[in-house]
Ligand binder design. Structure first.
Ligand code: FE
Length: 181
């Protein structure tokens, strides 16, 4: 498992994430923020790997923009080979969580970059109050919302990274489902 994930980061980690940081920096910053806030081990793993769908071969090089919008689904499916729902569900829901936050907090919407507002529209726009209530009944919705906030903050060009992917190896291995470990 770890070797395969490291392979994804080796091949695609240096690609840009948005305007300012690489995929690797983004992933490590996101996991660091989760860990600083005392998140559970599965949620730290989810934060680290939430964009792995961008690094998985099946969605790479596709010309279909819908594929890119589905990176949360391909990522969750990929991680589901080894990890339980505590890891995969926050990953799968982290894009929908943006729609929740935009509907729930006007101030959150105001922080979005133009690119992020554009993708929000493609994803269906801010959630209505009804849709928000519905979303909160989904298992792992709150974890996905927490992940989304770290995701948004994990774009800091000046942040020195104290941790590498290797530092999360043990944590990832400890989370593998017993039947595949
Ligand atoms: Fe992200």
């Amino acid at each position: 498992m770890y070797e395969i994930i490291r392979g994804c980061f080796d091949r695609h980690g240096d690609k840009r994430y948005g305007e300012f940081v690489t995929q690797r920096q983004h992933a490590l910053q996101c996991a660091t923020l989760a860990s600083q806030e005392g998140a559970s081990a599965p949620l730290i793993a989810a934060a680290l790997l939430h964009d792995i769908g961008h690094m998985v071969e099946s969605t790479l090089g596709s010309r279909d923009p819908a594929d890119d919008l589905m990176h949360e689904a391909s990522g969750a499916r990929f991680l589901g080979q080894w990890f339980p729902r505590e890891v995969t569900e926050p990953v799968r829901l982290h894009v929908i969580a943006k729609r929740f936050l935009c509907g729930n907090e006007a101030s959150y919407y105001d922080t979005l970059s133009p690119a992020s507002r554009h993708s929000l529209e493609l994803q269906g726009g801010p959630m209505s109050a009804d849709a928000q209530r519905q979303f909160l009944t989904t298992p792992f919705a709150r974890e996905a919302i927490a992940l989304r906030r770290w995701d948004d903050l994990a774009k800091d060009t000046d942040l020195e990274l104290a941790l590498s992917l290797e530092d999360f190896k043990e944590l990832l291995e400890s989370l593998m489902r017993p039947e595949v470990a």
